[in-house]
Write a protein that binds this ligand. Structure first.
Ligand code: CP
Length: 337
């Protein structure tokens, strides 16, 4: 894949080679993200960070990634603070905002909205999540985390057994991660969900057509045995017709330390795209796992900065300029990575 000037809308754009190229650049971003070095390689460049749906980590980490490369960030949050609330089209919004920015990251509640926006944009657009469809940068940071976690255990992504738990129907992070994993060899997917929230057939068909194994289960304890990775997800309440309907599915699968100890292999990695729903009626990933060294959720969020820096650097074609633009930081820095 030629990254220069590209939109990033779907993981379907990637092949294994391009994913590995992103990971290599992400590795090279560790000195900047860990505050050993500073670069101003994007000095003067402006990111339009357009989040029309709630977000903590995607919005802030894209902004930090751009800042760490030396650029400035302009944000719009919520539809009600944008002229979209006055009936402005994606076409007009994209034409306007792409005149102000060098790149745009956009999140919106409607599947396909970011792709529609990108068609009118004069600058590259990255999909920060479009409805229940896709979340490509989340899948990249998840896969990068899986790669690093498995490397610490002497394994690779190939031959992985991953158990995906929860709302697999509406979880866009799950959709993008599953499709990205199909680029690797001999993956065993165990899909644990209520009947009504199963991964939809088009995803399962694509996984099976790439010669991977799919096992479906409605039982957490049975499904997580033998998994290398457990990827827990939240019930995507915002995609249901009502909160009453969503509440039927909350709390059906709760991973805690006691279940982990009894049913998981030693060193099984625990992941979650976050936010985890820690309210009593949900609590899909218990706080009693917080000190478990195999809990990788905050390593995922840290890795998100590296992946997003890598995407920016590749799309704006500044990777080769980084070494010459680097200098040591001149302030006290706490250890981060
Ligand atoms: N994982 C994720 O997309 O989190 P935010 O909704 O906080 O961006």
């Amino acid at each position: 894949m030629d990254f220069k000037g590209s939109h990033i809308l779907s993981v379907d754009q990637f092949d294994r080679h391009s994913v590995e190229a992103i990971f290599k650049v992400a590795d090279s971003m560790i000195p900047y993200a860990s505050r050993q070095s500073v670069t101003r390689v994007l000095e003067g460049a402006i990111l339009g960070n357009m989040f029309f749906e709630p977000s903590t980590r995607t919005r802030v980490s894209f902004g930090c990634a751009w800042n760490l490369l030396g650029g400035e960030v302009r944000e719009t949050t919520e539809i009600k603070s944008s002229a979209i609330a006055k009936g402005e089209s994606f076409y007009d919004t994209a034409r306007v905002l792409s005149g102000y920015s060098d790149m745009i990251v956009m999140r919106h509640q409607t599947a396909g909205s970011v792709e529609e926006f990108s068609r009118a944009s004069r600058v590259p657009v990255i999909n920060g999540g479009d409805g229940a469809n896709e979340h490509p940068s989340q899948a990249l940071l998840d896969l990068y985390t899986i790669s690093r976690e498995m490397a610490h255990r002497g394994q690779s992504i190939d031959n992985l057994h991953i158990a995906l738990v929860g709302d697999l129907k509406f979880g866009r992070a799950v959709h993008s991660l599953c499709m990205l994993l199909t680029l690797f060899d001999n993956i065993h997917f165990t899909l644990i969900s209520p009947e009504e929230l199963k991964l939809e057939p088009q995803y399962i068909e694509k996984i099976k057509s790439s010669a991977h194994v799919v096992t479906e289960s409605t039982e957490l304890q049975a499904g997580i045995q033998d998994a290398d990775i457990i990827y827990v997800t939240r019930t995507q309440e915002e995609r249901f017709a009502s909160s009453e309907e969503a509440s039927r599915y909350k709390g059906l699968f709760r991973l805690n330390q006691a279940i982990y100890t009894e049913f998981c292999k030693p060193n099984t990695v625990i992941m979650h795209p976050l936010p985890r729903d820690s309210r009593a009626d949900a609590n899909e990933l218990d706080n009693d796992l917080n000190e478990n060294p195999n809990l990788a959720i905050f390593r995922q969020t840290d890795n998100g900065v590296l992946i997003r820096m890598a995407l920016f650097a590749l799309i704006l074609d500044v990777v080769e300029q980084l070494p010459a633009s680097s200098r040591p930081v001149n302030w006290y820095t706490a250890r981060r990575f």
